[in-house]
Write a protein that binds this ligand. Sequence first.
Ligand code: PGA
Length: 256
Amino acid sequence: MNRRYRKTIIAGNWKMNMTPTEARALLDAVKSQCAKAKWCEVVVCVPYIDIPLAVRVLKDCRVSVGAQNLHQETNGAFTGEISANMLKDAGVKYVIIGHSERRQYFGETDALVSQKVGRALDAELRPIICVGETLQQRDMGVTLEIVGAQVKAALSGVTADKLRRVVFAYEPVWAIGTGRTASTEQAAEVCNHIRTLIRKIYGARASRGVTIQYGGSMNDANAKELLSELDIDGGLIGGASLKAEAFAAIVNAANQ
Ligand code: PGA
């Protein structure tokens, strides 16, 4: 991380876990254990149904609420979907876009991700854009090309002014939920590549300001080392964000 130029952000991705009843205790624990972090921003990306509760519990504390997805249209006949404006109005600040589980199980393409990023920015939400290669792509040696194409597509409609609100999360698909973390060198190489690409499009100053997280089996044991890299500005945390102590330990590592 490099706090001189950009925010360090630790975001929990609860995925499809925690009923509102279950969420209450975890939110209370996150509030008491993470709200004092001064040097990093803490976010919990909760299921839609938990958003009102999360906003209520975390009101008046430094932890922000995020969502895990949104629909690409602003409103209309899209039964079962949630719009950017609904999230904004409910008190949400961040939204994960293009998570590999959405790309894999719900057919989200780079073009759709780009549309969703546009909607999020229009509503003044901060998108956390997920990019990352599969194991097969890494083995084929095309990681940087794949991630580069995802980054370029996601940014295709983003003006320099709006780039300031964008967060990237580099999440190798093979490291998500597997207990297998990318090595610090692998993670740093790709995060650095993402920043280099952003620099080519928007210039050095803009690229220095973008927060780039690592995600994929990040936990209390490996967070400190990953975050010691200048280009890794935080983490998107799945499994470990469901345990308040583990999540707080990662927040602590980012708050050093
Ligand atoms: P994990 O998930 O920490 O459980 O690997 C990360 C993510 O999917 O964002």
